[in-house]
Design a protein. Structure first.
Length: 56
C-alpha cells in the first residue's frame, strides 16, 4: 500500500484530496497540518527533492 502525505490536508483542496483518498481505500494517508484535530501526532523530517541523500 502506498503512503500519501497531504500538506494542508485539513482545509480546502487538501481536505477534498484526503477524503477522496480515504474513499478509494488504496492508500495510507498522512495529513500534514498545523491544526490539532483528533489525530495521532508524528514527528518527522523531510528533505527537499534534491539533496546529497536524495539525488535527482
Amino acid at each position: 500500500m502506498v503512503t500519501v502525505a497531504v500538506a494542508g490536508g485539513t482545509g480546502g483542496i487538501g481536505k477534498t484530496m484526503v477524503e477522496e483518498l480515504a474513499r478509494q481505500g488504496k492508500h495510507k494517508t498522512l495529513v500534514l497540518s498545523r491544526r490539532r484535530p483528533h489525530c495521532q501526532i508524528v514527528r518527522f523530517q523531510y528533505l527537499p527533492e534534491t539533496t546529497p541523500t536524495n539525488p535527482p
